[in-house]
Write a protein that binds this ligand. Sequence first.
Ligand SMILES: *Cc1c(COP(=O)(O)O)cnc(C)c1O
Length: 375
Amino acid sequence: MKRILLSVPHMGGSEIDFVREAFATNWLSTVGPHINAFEAEFAARVGLPAVALASGTAAVHLGLRLLGVRPGDEVFCQSLTFVGSVNPISYLGARPVFVDSERESWNIDPALLAAALQKRAERNRLPKAVVVVHLYGQSADMDPILECCAKYGVAVLEDAAEAVGTEYKGKPSGTLAPVGVYSFNGNKIITTTGGGMLVSHNKDWADKVRFWSTQARDPGRAYEHTEMGYNYRMSNVLAGIGRGQLLVLDERVRRRREIAFRYRDAFADLPGFSLMPQASFGLHTNWLSCFLVDEKRFGTTRDEIIRLLDLADVESRPVWKPMHLQPLFAGCERIGGEVAEDLFRRGICLPSSSNMTEEEQARVIDAVRSCAGHR
Ligand SMILES: *Cc1c(COP(=O)(O)O)cnc(C)c1O
């Protein structure tokens, strides 16, 4: 029996043709027609200028630099996330401050954020920026978040790494704040094997990021540099894969949602095993199908479920470990954290690949069902 993995790449078919074209024309580096076309096609989809980069983490890094984050600054970030949201804060010599999630979306709690910013404003210690994450394909509640950040003049970066295809009130997630970033890592909803995209309302900012991502080489023949840059550009080969993936994005979103709702329906009669909430303000792609275990009612702990699924050759994972619990960020300030801790302790991600078969999903369902009441 084949092991069922959490989230694997799913090619649409045309990617290989784009890659062949890159080889045939010998555009095999970080310049070429696929890069320009991938940016243009992504930009057309989200309605903002877009810059193709080597990873989502690189996009967060350059995005925070755009927002003016400097050594010694503080940056608020939702605690319940993947470390890729936070490491770039450290790259810039700034300090993260971790903010708790709300239960409705699992993302940054707008009321808690507003209260924290008010307190900071009174003490003249506002953060330089806030990183808002759209976790597992579900949008954060952007309106109140943007409103309170605007009130205090605090910049916002949307980490939509897990939210390609997600919407907030009909608009693509990642496009509501001045800067948004996406990831095309191998486990995400569409992939370039590795890669990222930064979008911005400000075209000059997008151009600046493109400049920084290619070592900030000044115009002219000589290798002259005025600013510090990075080697963060996406390659033309991988951009070709991205072009193919973009063609099937809507199908991937439909399929991920279908998988989540099939799980939900199949577990409807199991007490204490419930799908992550689907907030009314957004289109949740359910990039990963996440469930919350109520140990008393379900009769089995989350960790025991993961162990039993593993024995049945089904991969599952805990929800992200909150950043305020990470040894890496010991000593960092936090604002709340009880909700994130609870979601981490009780949350489980089930196999969610868009190319999993009906039979494979049935195997996962059977395996989860046989865990119930297994003390
Ligand atoms: C995957 C991810 C990133 C980083 O993206 P990479 O392309 O893997 O560098 C950042 N933030 C979140 C929330 C992610 O899930």
